[in-house]
Ligand binder design. Structure first.
Ligand code: NAI
Length: 247
């Protein structure tokens, strides 16, 4: 029970990797805030954690909105007394066909970046004072191996997440807040099943050392490590959990 008495906010926790993170943290004793735009799925995840003997609440949150992030902090501190850790996992894939930088539609680009890059900063700015009040804690941002490979502005946003992780690690280190990132390789979630399809299978065949897609459970160990005191002197790092896609 590495996270007993800890409160952890996980964005994008209504499904996929974020849901696995929320469930694993609750199983380790944390009170988890399932923060997501999707009210129906998010509330279900929180309820099922509670029914299983864990502690979770759902808070509707749009990570691209500072007002929404502030409201989440207010609701969380009221209900759970504070915040120890933040996991910036929420993102959108957008329309991959539409992902070329060279012909980008500006309205689409700005909306995409406001979630996939700005979202982690918006959430961090709202949440870090609460983490500092508890004497410090950790933040994990969700990057992607796409940061190192061609993938249009999805990759651009994730490269930004890597730099944001390093910049924030410096700015928050003095307040005993560590900031790291996880860069998953292709991972089997509903989103990749519906959106990546054959392309994901090609990546598995052609570029992974371990010849299978990642599972959401493959991601969990890295998250628990980076949030825990086992990583007490680890900050500003991007840990690839990718079946050997990028070495
Ligand atoms: P997903 O699409 O299954 O889940 C994302 C969740 O974020 C959804 O519940 C969605 O409602 C929520 N969300 C979207 N926009 C939001 C917003 N503005 N505010 C709050 N919540 C919002 O995604 P998946 O596959 O679980 O990926 C999770 C993270 O992992 C993302 O950051 C993704 O870029 C990253 N990743 C995923 C990989 C994969 O192969 N599945 C590979 C590398 C990185």
């Amino acid at each position: 029970m590495r996270f007993e008495n800890k409160v952890v906010v996980v964005t994008g926790a209504a499904q996929g990797i974020g849901e696995a993170y929320a469930r694993a943290l609750a199983a380790e004793g944390a009170a988890v805030v399932v923060a997501d735009l999707n009210e129906e799925a998010g509330a279900k995840v929180a309820a099922s954690i509670d029914e299983g003997g864990g502690r979770a609440i759902f808070v509707r949150c749009d990570v691209s909105s500072a007002a929404s992030a502030e409201a989440l902090v207010e609701a969380t501190t009221e209900e759970l007394g504070g915040i120890d850790h933040l996991v910036n996992n929420a993102a959108i894939y957008g329309d991959m066909e539409f992902n070329l930088l060279i012909t980008v539609d500006w309205d689409y680009y700005r909306r995409f970046m406001s979630v996939n890059l700005d979202g982690a900063l918006v959430m961090t700015r709202a949440v870090y004072p609460e983490i500092a009040k508890r004497g410090g804690g950790a933040i994990v941002n969700q990057s992607s191996t796409a940061a190192y490979l061609y993938s249009g502005f999805y990759g651009l946003a994730k490269a930004g997440i890597n730099s944001l992780t390093q910049q924030l690690a410096h700015e928050l280190g003095g307040q005993r807040i560590r900031v790291n990132a996880i860069a998953p390789g292709p991972t089997d979630t509903e989103a990749t099943r519906t959106q990546a399809g054959d392309a994901a299978q090609d990546i598995v065949r052609n570029s992974l050392a371990i010849k299978r897609m990642g599972s959401v459970d493959d991601m969990v160990g890295a998250l628990l490590f980076l949030l825990s005191d086992d990583a007490s002197w680890v900050t500003g790092q991007v840990l690839a959990v990718d079946g050997g896609q990028t070495f």
